[in-house]
Design a protein around this ligand. Structure first.
Ligand code: SF4
Ligand code: SF4
Length: 243
C-alpha cells in the first residue's frame, strides 16, 4: 500500500512538472542572481537543505518529478547503475554551479527583492514555445540515461538537488540529531533472501548493509521499498539513530 501511494505521488508530481519546472531550475537561480532577486528555485533549494536535516532524501523518494520520470523508466530498464567514482560527478556539478550562483549574487552586490514566481507566467513554468523546448530537453536529459543505464541513474550521477539533501543529512549525523532513516529492527530474522536489495530503486545493496549493521548510504532516498519487500519484517523507519 505504501509503495502504491508513493508511486502515485511521484506520478502526480511528474504530471505537475510543466508547472513546477522553474522551481527546480539551476539556470533560473543564476538569472535571478544577476538581477539580485531571491527566486522560487532559491527558496526551494534552501527548503530542501533545511528539511533534509530531519527527513533526509524523503523528497527524492516521494515528491521529486524527476524521480517519478525515472521510476517510469523501470518498465524498460531495471538494471542498477554501478556505484563508484561516477557518484561524485554530481558533487562536481553542484560545486561549480553553487560557485557560479554565489559569484552572480556578489556581482550584483546586494539582494533587492524576493520574487517566488520569477520568470514564470503567473506561476506556470511552461507557458510558451521557448519554455516548452526547455521542458522537453530536461525530460529527455533525465529519461534517456535511465533507459540506457538503469535505475535512477540521473539521481546517482547528475542531480544538482541531491547534494543539498546529502549535506543536510550529513549535518544531522555530525550534530547527532534525530532524523528519518531505515532502521534494522530485527537483524536475527534476516534470511538473506536479497528481496530488499532487489527492490531498492537506488540499487543499494541493502542486505550487505544489514550484515554490516547499518544502512548508511547517502544514496538512500527513504522510499521504504526495502521495508515493504522484506518478508521477515527486518526493517522499519526510525527517527533516532540506532533505535
Ligand atoms: S535502502 Fe530502502 S529506503 Fe533506501 S532507497 Fe533503498 S529501498 Fe529505498
Ligand atoms: S528482504 Fe528481509 S529477509 Fe530478505 S535479505 Fe532483506 S532484510 Fe533479510
Amino acid at each position: 500500500m505504501r509503495q502504491t501511494i508513493r508511486k502515485a505521488l511521484l506520478i502526480f508530481s511528474l504530471l505537475l512538472f510543466p508547472v513546477t519546472l522553474y522551481y527546480f531550475s539551476p539556470a533560473l537561480i543564476i538569472n535571478a542572481a544577476f538581477d539580485g532577486i531571491v527566486n522560487g528555485s532559491f527558496i526551494v533549494f534552501l527548503l530542501m537543505l533545511i528539511l533534509s536535516v530531519p527527513f533526509g532524501r524523503l523528497f527524492c523518494g516521494y515528491i521529486c518529478p524527476a524521480g517519478g520520470l525515472q521510476e517510469c523508466a523501470f518498465a524498460v530498464n531495471k538494471k542498477s547503475p554501478k556505484q563508484g567514482w561516477k557518484n561524485y560527478i554530481k558533487y562536481v556539478i553542484w560545486a561549480i554551479w553553487i560557485a557560479a550562483v554565489i559569484f552572480c549574487y556578489c556581482q550584483k552586490g546586494k539582494i533587492i527583492g524576493v520574487d517566488f514566481l520569477y520568470e514564470t507566467n503567473s506561476g506556470i513554468s511552461v507557458s510558451d514555445i521557448h519554455s516548452y523546448i526547455i521542458y522537453y530537453g530536461i525530460v529527455m536529459l533525465i529519461f534517456i540515461p535511465s533507459i540506457l543505464f538503469g535505475k535512477r541513474v540521473f539521481c546517482h550521477y547528475f542531480c544538482w538537488m541531491a547534494p543539498f539533501m546529502i549535506l543536510g543529512t550529513k549535518l544531522r549525523k555530525l550534530l547527532h540529531l534525530p532524523g528519518l532513516h531505515i532502521k534494522i529492527k530485527n537483524k536475527g530474522a534476516c534470511i538473506s533472501c536479497g528481496k530488499c536489495s532487489q527492490n531498492c530503486p537506488m540499487g543499494i545493496s541493502v542486505s550487505e548493509n544489514i550484515a554490516k549493521g547499518k544502512i548508511n548510504s547517502c544514496e538512500c532516498i527513504q522510499c521504504g521499498a526495502c521495508i515493504d519487500a522484506c518478508p521477515k519484517k527486518v526493517l522499519s523507519y526510525g527517527m533516532k539513530e540506532g533505535k
